[in-house]
Design a protein around this ligand. Structure first.
Ligand code: G3P
Length: 224
């Protein structure tokens, strides 16, 4: 399973890239706003800065809601860097734009997917990625991980090459459950990725190894 980081923070992207396990980045307008990035020029520059850090696909979301605007914006975004994947919302115009970009060989990510039917439409239009938001489904007492399972079955039934990108991941168990089901990608906050490293037995075991090593070294010195 590929690991993407879901942030527009250059510091967090760099930290995840330095770990050696990062495969890409997803952003959205809320995440850009959180970093205080606004205005077309600054937004465009920020995407290029992200692409220069990570070796993998970088989802850049359009703001337009009409087909013509999505095409215009998406073409400008795609021209920035070969890693850019144009992120489009699950709407009628969004799906039309996915088909348009698919025919032009430009990568797309269909965002704001909350049902299997929506995922099927995105796959039929030729989306590179489809992004089911599992955390936001959990928030309304609906099992988000079950949606990943349902989409996996449907895509496998028909051999769709669209990659399932589990989004709105909130914690390490979401990541594990997505991997068990066979999601192609999980896009995660840095905190959820870092939490995967932790296990108390690893910490205790390492402390014991180092203590034993130190004791043996001291015994060697005192024996001289
Ligand atoms: O990038 C879209 C998605 O991952 C948002 O997550 O936590 O705002 O529901 P969240």
């Amino acid at each position: 399973m590929k690991f993407f980081i879901d942030t527009a923070s250059l510091a967090q992207i760099k930290e995840a890239q330095d770990l050696g396990i990062l495969d890409g980045v997803t952003t959205n307008p809320s995440l850009m706003a959180k970093e205080g990035i606004s205005g077309t020029d600054r937004v465009m520059k920020h995407y290029v800065d992200i692409c220069n850090i990570v070796h993998g696909d970088v989802s850049a979301e359009v703001i337009s809601v009409d087909f013509a605007g999505m095409v215009r914006e998406g073409e400008d975004l795609a021209a920035l860097h070969p890693s850019i994947t144009v992120k489009l919302p699950m709407t009628r115009d969004g799906v039309k734009a996915i088909k348009y970009f698919h025919d032009k060989g430009i990568k797309t990510n269909c965002t704001l997917v909350f049902s299997a039917g929506q995922a099927l439409l995105a796959a039929k239009a030729g989306a590179t990625y489809v992004s089911p938001f599992i955390g936001r489904l959990d928030d309304i007492s609906t099992n988000g991980v079950q949606l990943i399972e349902q989409i996996r079955t449907i895509f496998d039934n028909y051999g769709y090459s669209t990659q399932i990108l589990a989004a709105s991941v909130r914690h390490p168990m979401h990541i594990i459950q997505c991997a068990e089901i066979g999601a192609d990608v999980a896009t995660c906050p840095l905190s959820a990725i870092l939490a995967l490293f932790d296990h108390p037995l690893t910490t205790i075991g390492l402390e014991k190894f180092l203590a034993d090593h130190k004791k043996a070294a001291q015994q060697k010195v005192s024996a001289k």
